[in-house]
Design a protein around this ligand. Structure first.
Ligand SMILES: [Zn+2]
Length: 482
């Protein structure tokens, strides 16, 4: 594996293991070797670069740890570009999740194209680690391998499927054996990922949603996570409809039910834990959910965009963090722009709490790096430290939106975002440069996805409870002239 020497980086975000926080450093030399950060030292103008190393001039760069994205659906979400942004169902407290889940199904060619485009987008935005939560298809792991990214494969499984019979009525259709079959398939796929010689692929145990998996299967799934040392994730408290259904079934909130059956552990990453008992859209008695999450040491996969589009948000980021809940970040929908999600997380937290301290740059950057890495049980990721993984992003300080670079992380999060990401490195190898993937082939992907999306929207008529096609469910933003 080639070594790389970043010579005299103008700025770097370095991990302070004593204070357990990121800190700025100026004028640093960084040596990447064997897939790891071999050395970080003050720049020595007299020292020659190590023999054989690729030398990157660091004078115009900010070096940050690669971002860790703990919640993505790359194999489907790009197909909803132009479809879901303005779509919601008022009778379901705005969420369009259940209506789309019933009516929109992407074919395999489309899913592979979507995965390629989403991965390219993730890399272009400085992400080096992703949790890919997908319904598996043939070729899923191949794209992971090709990308050069560090990927946690989360093959979804569920015992029930959502449906709708009226705008206000969601149904759950339980199929005997479906959850178990999916769990078996998931175990085989996770094992296959983990046997990849690159060492970059892992598995994460992913029963899909708190309301679609039977209790015995949930118990077995968390048992497998504990016994195999894998992380565990599920969707929980992501919709008012779901919370009401869980209360109807169990007499308690989904968070409290999950605690009762042993799902809340330090291995658990909760997507998205928004609608807690204290959330104004729920208003359930007791206010126990957040304390339970803190006591049990869970992490939250905070993905603000999709919920903000429905007029909802997590209340509030700073409050969760200060209560001891471990905060991590993800991109639940397209765009897969984790830097813009960080910005939105700050703005929504402040607006929800009407308080500046509800979120700030340091807090969300911590969540999008160390928070995610710790949630995945990987202290070698999400921070720049000697001996840690050589996963990093090089930010162009020369970009106009980074200037003046008085506080370059603020400039990145609030201003430039992915536009200033010059190069992304995973395990010492460049995976993206100037916004383009270097290993992953995306040449055909956009055309394939457009065809699959059109097919998906046409075929919606055969799935939707009112027989509508996709253009009727989610009309274009403007009318079309003849
Ligand atoms: Zn999700």
């Amino acid at each position: 594996m080639p070594s790389t020497f970043i010579r005299n980086a103008a700025w770097a975000v370095i991990w302070d293991p004593v204070a357990k926080t990121h800190a700025y450093a100026r004028n640093r030399d960084l040596l990447l070797d064997g897939g790891k950060v071999a050395r970080i030292a003050p720049h020595d103008p007299a020292a020659p670069p190590p023999a054989g190393a690729e030398v990157i001039a660091g004078e115009g760069l900010l070096v940050i740890p690669g971002l860790v994205n703990v919640h993505t659906h790359p194999t489907t979400e790009p197909s909803l570009r132009g479809v879901r942004e303005d779509h919601g169902v008022p009778e379901q407290q705005m969420t369009g999740l259940f209506e789309r889940a019933q009516s929109l199904r992407l074919d395999e060619a489309g899913r592979q194209a979507a995965q390629r485009l989403a991965y390219a987008e993730l890399m272009a935005g400085g992400v080096t680690s992703i949790v890919d939560l997908s319904e598996p298809y043939a070729g899923w792991l191949d794209v992971m391998r090709e990308s050069g990214l560090r990927v946690w494969a989360g093959p979804g499984f569920a015992s029930a499927r959502w449906g709708m019979t009226a705008p206000q009525t969601v149904t759950w259709t339980w199929t005997e054996g479906a959850g178990r079959a999916g769990f078996q398939r998931a175990q085989a796929l996770m094992a296959e990922a983990e046997s990849d010689p690159s060492g970059r692929l892992s598995g994460i145990v992913f029963p899909a949603q708190i309301d679609t998996v039977e209790e015995a299967l949930f118990r077995d799934a968390i048992g497998l996570a504990e016994q195999s040392g894998r992380a565990f994730t599920t969707h929980i408290a992501q919709a008012v409809v779901e919370v009401r259904e869980m209360i109807a079934r169990h007499g308690t909130t989904p968070i409290q039910w999950a605690a009762d059956i042993g799902l809340l552990t330090p291995r658990s990453i909760l997507g998205h834990a928004i609608f807690l008992d204290e959330h104004p859209s729920i208003g359930w008695h007791g206010q126990r959910d957040l304390s339970l999450m803190a006591e049990r040491g869970v992490a939250v996969a905070h993905c603000p965009s999709p919920f903000a589009r429905y007029g909802e948000h997590l209340k509030n980021f700073g409050h969760y963090a200060r209560r001891g809940v471990r905060m991590a970040m993800g991109t639940d929908c397209a765009p897969h722009n984790l830097i813009e999600e960080m910005r939105l997380a700050i703005l929504l937290a402040r607006n929800a709490a009407r308080d500046m301290v509800a979120g700030d740059t340091a807090m969300v950057f911590h969540a999008a790096t160390v928070g995610g890495a710790d949630a995945l049980g990987r202290p070698d990721l999400g921070r720049l430290v000697e001996g840690g993984a050589a996963d990093l992003a090089l930010i162009d300080l020369g970009h106009p939106l980074m200037n003046p670079p008085r506080d370059p992380l603020r400039a990145l999060v609030f201003h430039a975002a992915d536009r200033a990401v010059a190069r992304v490195i995973v395990a010492g190898e460049t995976v993206a440069q100037h916004g383009r993937p270097t290993k992953l082939d995306v040449a055909e992907a956009a055309g394939i996805l457009a065809e699959s999306q059109a097919r998906m929207l046409r075929e919606a008529a055969g799935r939707d409870y009112l027989g509508r096609d996709g253009d009727a469910i989610a009309p274009l933003s403007l009318g079309m002239q003849a």
